[in-house]
Ligand binder design. Structure first.
Ligand SMILES: [Zn+2]
Ligand SMILES: [Zn+2]
Length: 347
């Protein structure tokens, strides 16, 4: 089969590899229809993930058809169309039973990291019963694809810990796929306002199309963006502020936007230290929530898509054939400059 591997620093390569085989009773072999590229894949190429070695087939996001199943998987059938969760979980270990499935003792983020991933014609998915989600025929592959990672991250990490009520004021810092998924999901909670602060004019326009009331660019300066956002709340700040970038600058913007009693949810992947203004914030009854995505709510998110209440298809901006793997990565790397959101690879 053909597969995209992490060749060396900064480089992917399309190679031929043997088709994966069932190795354990809980495994499934999935024929991949679409996979997508994630910011995490770029972190691997930049050498930020030493646990992922060159030669690894990349990818932890995808939709496919079950080709074969281990003897222990009774809840799925060969031929099922399935969503592949970015996190594999066994469902029975102590972290899984404690609601921390992202920290599964034999799973977690393993696909495209410590075992071969989804950017290939076939992928072996361990713990298939808890890590694959059946999709009905009427859900398009492209609409389902962002449910592998971006949409559950937006919901589980960005939105849910904020406990917002109707009328809440919501600020989202970042304008990538997770941030835009969060705009769509926050809208379902009838907030008073949604403000997006990010870079990339076309991404900010997309944020407005998806339901953001205001979009401010950090290219005009962080201070100007913070002041413009605070003006929307007459200076009072936001009940939910979500960090969807993973940079010291973005975290700083977030902490300055918090209302008294507000919650800062962190969905960004941070590679260096951030400054935390506890001297300003200690008395303001604020909360900070940071976690890894779980797939505890993915069945419900799929239901929202099936019911036409959520259309994640809008997050997939580009589709490339597997033979154009290099072009797909080049397009994704251009990111905010070119208005690129999720890049899908069609097998
Ligand atoms: Zn991802
Ligand atoms: Zn587990």
């Amino acid at each position: 089969m053909s597969a995209i591997i992490y060749k060396q620093l900064g480089e992917v390569e399309l190679v031929r590899r043997p088709k994966p085989q069932i190795q354990a009773p809980g495994d499934a072999i999935v024929k991949v229809l679409h996979a997508s590229i994630c910011g995490t894949d770029l972190h691997i190429l930049q050498g930020h993930v030493p646990t992922c070695q060159p030669g690894r087939i990349l990818g932890h996001e995808g939709v496919g058809i079950i080709e074969s199943l281990g003897a222990g998987v009774t809840s799925l059938s060969v031929g099922d169309k399935v969503l592949i969760a970015c996190i594999s979980s066994c469902g029975v270990c102590t972290p899984c039973r404690g609601g921390l499935s992202a920290h599964c003792s034999t799973g977690g983020w393993i696909l495209g990291h410590t075992i071969d991933g989804t950017q290939a014609e076939y992928v072996r998915v361990p713990h298939a019963a808890c890590s694959l989600f059946p999709l009905s025929a009427d859900v398009s592959v492209r609409a389902a694809l962002p449910l592998s990672d971006s949409v559950p991250t937006a919901y589980d990490v960005g939105l849910l810990p904020g406990n917002i009520k109707p009328g809440a004021k919501v600020a989202i810092v970042g304008a990538g796929p997770v941030a835009l998924a969060l705009v769509m999901l926050a809208k379902l909670y009838t907030p008073k306002c949604i403000v997006v602060i990010g870079r990339g004019g076309s991404r900010l326009e997309t944020a407005k199309t998806l339901g953001a009331d205001y979009a401010f660019s950090v290219l005009d300066g962080d201070e100007a963006a913070v002041q413009s956002a605070l003006e929307v709340t007459n200076g009072g700040g936001f009940d939910l502020v979500s960090e969807c970038v993973g940079s010291p600058e973005s975290f700083d913007i977030c902490q300055r936007l918090l209302a008294i009693g507000g919650t800062l949810t962190n969905a960004g992947v941070h590679g260096c230290q951030v400054k935390f203004d506890l001297h300003d914030l200690w008395s303001k009854n604020i909360n900070i929530e940071s976690k890894l995505v779980s797939h505890d709510h993915t069945s419900w998110l799929i239901d929202l898509v099936q019911s036409n209440l959520l259309d994640p298809q809008l997050l997939v901006s580009h589709v490339f054939p597997l033979t154009s793997a290099q072009n797909a990565y080049t397009a994704f790397k251009a990111g905010s400059k070119e208005g690129v959101l999720k890049v899908a690879i069609e097998m």
